[in-house]
Design a protein around this ligand. Structure first.
Ligand SMILES: *[C@@H]1O[C@H](CO)[C@@H](O)[C@H](O)[C@H]1NC(C)=O
Ligand SMILES: *[C@@H]1O[C@H](CO)[C@@H](O)[C@H](O)[C@H]1NC(C)=O
Ligand SMILES: *[C@@H]1O[C@H](CO)[C@@H](O)[C@H](O)[C@H]1NC(C)=O
Ligand SMILES: *[C@@H]1O[C@H](CO)[C@@H](O)[C@H](O)[C@H]1NC(C)=O
Ligand SMILES: *[C@@H]1O[C@H](CO)[C@@H](O)[C@H](O)[C@H]1NC(C)=O
Ligand SMILES: *[C@@H]1O[C@H](CO)[C@@H](O)[C@H](O)[C@H]1NC(C)=O
Ligand SMILES: *[C@@H]1O[C@H](CO)[C@@H](O)[C@H](O)[C@H]1NC(C)=O
Ligand SMILES: *[C@@H]1O[C@H](CO)[C@@H](O)[C@H](O)[C@H]1NC(C)=O
Length: 451
């Protein structure tokens, strides 16, 4: 771009810029007077003073400044409240003690505010100078009583049974106008659902039927344009359970529902379930065909001398006397003369052994195959040979391991072995992590592996 062309474009830009400034000045002169209000809606409290702020500005020389306040309610004629010229105020004598203005400040003070003062307030400013300029604004005023702290009532106050009973929470506010209600559960808004509904005003919350999930800290939040209050926390009483019944012990080895205890040891069982009100627990022992209740309460102590040398079945019953529901957990106690620690260690050392055996066999077979392949080249011959053989050969190999798919089941197994009086491993149970895979083929192989 040449020097001249650059200068030409520069000067034209400056020209546009100057033009814009000139237009702005012109517009400002045309507007002349500007009246603004910080907010178009002002919420007032009954009985208190309300201040309606107004700002105005103008750019012409003025001789007289006139300010007029009018009031209008829907479907009525606007009413004159008060006006001023320069600094002298001319009130409507009917309201002279209620409205105050300090010209040239155009803001209006209403004191005291009544419900009848609700409506639109119009302020008009006239400037007399070289001609007359005028502008106006409208402010909407609402009048409310602040809300008082709400109180929540629950029906029925005695509580409700899960899946049977219903519950209604009612929010009561003594004072306050235009009250909006909101329900909070654990500080979060409650939403309508298949079991939860609100009244038309939202002041009642209805739950039908109640469930355990409805338990929580409920509050009612009430609001209006001038205030906000929250009730105290209410916790509805909901009877439920028993859920998640469990039996645990202070010592012994627990596998599934089987507890294994050393002889001579005393073992303490705990029965627990989630329920309201708390469950009553009872313990039942089963021997042969007879069952009898041996204890009430959440704990049961069993001394191993009292247990026969064969597995004994127990039942813990949990009963909720309000919901009328019950649950029971069955478990078996087995006494062993072998130290449990030793047994556990054996269990751990055996499982890698099974895996190692599997891997070794796989490697041996692989090596054999490789050897065969190398020996019987070309390829087609070996293929025919293998097709005739592998089934039987693999089978043979697997019988050694006593375990099908030894490689697939590679993993850590937990197992319990119950020695007889002589301390010889007689039978065992293998608990795979996958319940369905309980297998006894492994156990048959056990003597082979341990010997
Ligand atoms: C208002 O004030 C201006 C100048 O301050 C004066 O010229 C004018 O006469 C006054 N108007 C009235 C009605 O007092
Ligand atoms: C008008 O008067 C109120 C006090 O009554 C004051 O807070 C406000 O700033 C004044 N407004 C102007 C534009 O002077
Ligand atoms: C008054 O306004 C007229 C035109 O509206 C203008 O010619 C005159 O100069 C103005 N006078 C002053 C003092 O601004
Ligand atoms: C609970 O409410 C349901 C539906 O609202 C009603 O059919 C049932 O009778 C109520 N049950 C009780 C115990 O009030
Ligand atoms: C409910 O409130 C109580 C105290 O009033 C508090 O201990 C409990 O943790 C609260 N529960 C929830 C779910 O916020
Ligand atoms: C009631 O509450 C729901 C949501 O909680 C809300 O959408 C609805 O507008 C409320 N109704 C009233 C009348 O306040
Ligand atoms: C247990 O009871 C059943 C019938 O209820 C009976 O057939 C069986 O023989 C009984 N067993 C023992 C060990 O008493
Ligand atoms: C229910 O059981 C509790 C103890 O868990 C007991 O205090 C209460 O009296 C029982 N109620 C009834 C109706 O049996």
């Amino acid at each position: 771009m040449g020097q001249d062309a650059f200068m030409e474009s520069f000067s034209s830009t400056v020209g546009i810029f100057q033009c814009k400034i000139y237009l702005l000045l012109l517009a400002g002169a045309c507007l002349g007077l500007k009246v603004t209000v910080p907010s178009r809606t002002v919420h007032g409290i009954r009985g208190q003073a309300l201040y309606l702020p107004v700002h105005y500005g103008f750019h012409t020389p003025a001789s007289d400044i006139q300010i007029i306040w009018l009031f209008e309610r829907p479907h009525t004629m606007p009413k004159y409240l008060l006006g001023s010229v320069n600094e002298s105020v001319v009130p409507d004598l009917e309201y002279q003690h209620k409205f105050t203005m300090m010209p040239p400040n155009a803001s209006l003070l209403i004191n005291p505010l009544q419900f009848t003062d609700e409506g639109n307030y119009i302020v008009k400013v006239n400037i007399q100078g070289n001609g007359t300029l005028s502008a106006s604004q409208k402010i909407q005023v609402t009048v409310d009583d602040p809300v008082t702290k709400p109180v929540v009532q629950i029906q029925p106050s005695s509580g409700a049974v899960e899946y049977v009973g219903n519950m209604t929470l009612t929010c009561l506010v003594e004072e306050g106008t235009r009250v909006a209600y909101q329900w909070l559960k654990n500080k979060r808004p409650v939403r309508t659902s298949s079991t939860t509904s609100f009244s038309l005003q939202n002041n009642t919350l209805h739950i039908a039927p109640v469930t355990k999930e409805d338990i929580g800290n409920y509050t009612c939040l009430v609001k209006n344009p001038v205030s906000e209050m929250e009730s105290d926390i209410t916790m509805p009483t909901i009877y439920y359970g028993p859920y998640g019944l469990q039996v645990n012990s202070d010592k012994g080895l627990k596998v599934g529902e089987v507890f294994t205890v050393d002889t001579g040891e005393a073992i303490l069982f705990y029965c627990s379930a989630d329920s309201y009100p708390p469950n009553t627990y009872s313990w039942i022992r089963r021997t042969d065909n007879t069952t009898y209740v041996i204890k009430h309460g959440p704990r049961l102590e069993v001394t191993s001398e009292k247990v026969a040398q064969k597995p004994t079945d127990y039942v813990c019953c949990a009963y909720n006397n309000v919901t009328g529901r019950r649950d029971e957990a069955h478990f078996t106690v087995i006494i062993t003369s072998v130290g449990l620690e030793k047994l556990a260690q054996k269990g751990k050392s055996l499982s890698p052994l099974a895996s190692i055996t599997g891997i070794s066999l796989f490697l041996i077979i692989s090596m054999c195959l490789l050897f065969l392949w190398k020996k019987y080249q070309p390829y087609k011959v070996i293929k025919q040979k293998l097709e005739g053989r592998p089934e039987t050969e693999y089978r043979k190999a697997q019988t050694f391991s006593g375990h099908e798919d030894a490689l697939e089941d590679f993993g850590i197994y937990e197992f319990v072995a119950f020695p007889d009086a002589a301390g010889v491993l007689r039978y065992c149970q293998l608990f795979f992590l996958n319940e369905e895979k309980k297998s006894d083929s492994f156990c048959q192989a056990l003597p082979l592996l341990t010997s």
